[in-house]
Design a binder for this molecule. Structure first.
Ligand code: DLZ
Length: 217
C-alpha cells in the first residue's frame, strides 16, 4: 500500500465481494493505460470483487470517456430493471467494444501513442451484469503536446465525468492522468523505480466509494 504525505490513506472496510464495478478506459497512450488498468483490476480483485463483476470497456480517447461512462451506467440500470438479475449480456446496452484482459490483469502492448486497440483475450472477466454498477472507474492519459488541445480535452473531460457522477449519483473514480511529459505518466503508471501505480489507488477508491454508496442508499 502506498504510504507517505500524498495518497488516500487506509480505508476502513474493504470487502468488495458484493460489488459490481465498471471500468471505461481510453486507448490513447496505451503503454500507460495498460499498467493503470492492471493496477485497478489488481486492487479490485484484492478486495474480493469477483472477476465476473468487473466490466471493462474501451473508447478511442479521453474525450469519449464521459459519454461512454454515462451510457455504460445507464445501460446497467436498464438491464437491472428489465432482467431481474438474470445476468444478461451488457453488450446489448451499449455498442462499445469490450476489453477482456489477461488473468494477470495486463493487456497486450500496442504502442505508446494513438488509439491502438488493446488485445482482447478471454480470462474470465465477462460482460455480464445483473444490476447497476456500484462504482465506475474512468481511465485516460492526456499528455501535453505543442498545442492547447490538451487543455481543452482535460477541462471538458473532467467536467463531463463530474457531471455524470452527480447526475447519476454513482461514484465515478477519476482516473484521468493529465501530464506534461510521457515520463511523468510513466512515473504515475508505476513504470519507474520511484513511481507508483495510481491505478491501484483508483481501484481502492472504487471499492471504498461503492461500499459507501450502498450505505447512502
Ligand atoms: C487527439 C488526441 C490527442 C492529440 N491526444 C490525446 C491524449 O493525449 N490522450 C487521449 O486520451 N486522447 C487524445 N486524443 C484523442 C481524443 O481524446 C479523442 O479521442 C479524439 O479527438 C476523437 O474524438
Amino acid at each position: 500500500m502506498f504510504e507517505g504525505l500524498k495518497g488516500p490513506g487506509e480505508a476502513q472496510s474493504k470487502d468488495g465481494s458484493s460489488l459490481r464495478i465498471g471500468i471505461v478506459h481510453a486507448r490513447w497512450n496505451t503503454t500507460l493505460i495498460e499498467p493503470l488498468l492492471a493496477g485497478v483490476i489488481s486492487r479490485l480483485k484484492a478486495s474480493g470483487v469477483s472477476p465476473s463483476n468487473i466490466i471493462i470497456q474501451s473508447v478511442p480517447g479521453s474525450w469519449e470517456l464521459p459519454i461512454a461512462v454515462q451510457r455504460l451506467y445507464a445501460g446497467s440500470q436498464i438491464q437491472a430493471s428489465t432482467s431481474s438479475g438474470s445476468g444478461d449480456l451488457l453488450g446489448s446496452a451499449t455498442d462499445l467494444p469490450s476489453l477482456v484482459v489477461q488473468g494477470s490483469g495486463s493487456a497486450a502492448e500496442t504502442g505508446s501513442k494513438g488509439d491502438g486497440s488493446l488485445k482482447a483475450s478471454n480470462t474470465g472477466i465477462q460482460a455480464k451484469i445483473d444490476g447497476p454498477f456500484d462504482a465506475i472507474v474512468a481511465i485516460g492519459v492526456l499528455i501535453k503536446g505543442e498545442t492547447v488541445h490538451f487543455e481543452h480535452i482535460a477541462e471538458v473531460t473532467s467536467r463531463g465525468l463530474m457531471r455524470v457522477q452527480l447526475d447519476f449519483g454513482v461514484p465515478l473514480i477519476f482516473g484521468l492522468l493529465t501530464v506534461l511529459t510521457e515520463e511523468q505518466g510513466r512515473k504515475r503508471a508505476g513504470l519507474t523505480e520511484d513511481g507508483h501505480n495510481h491505478g491501484e489507488d483508483w481501484g481502492d477508491a472504487a471499492v471504498e466509494m461503492a461500499l459507501k454508496r450502498k450505505q447512502w442508499n
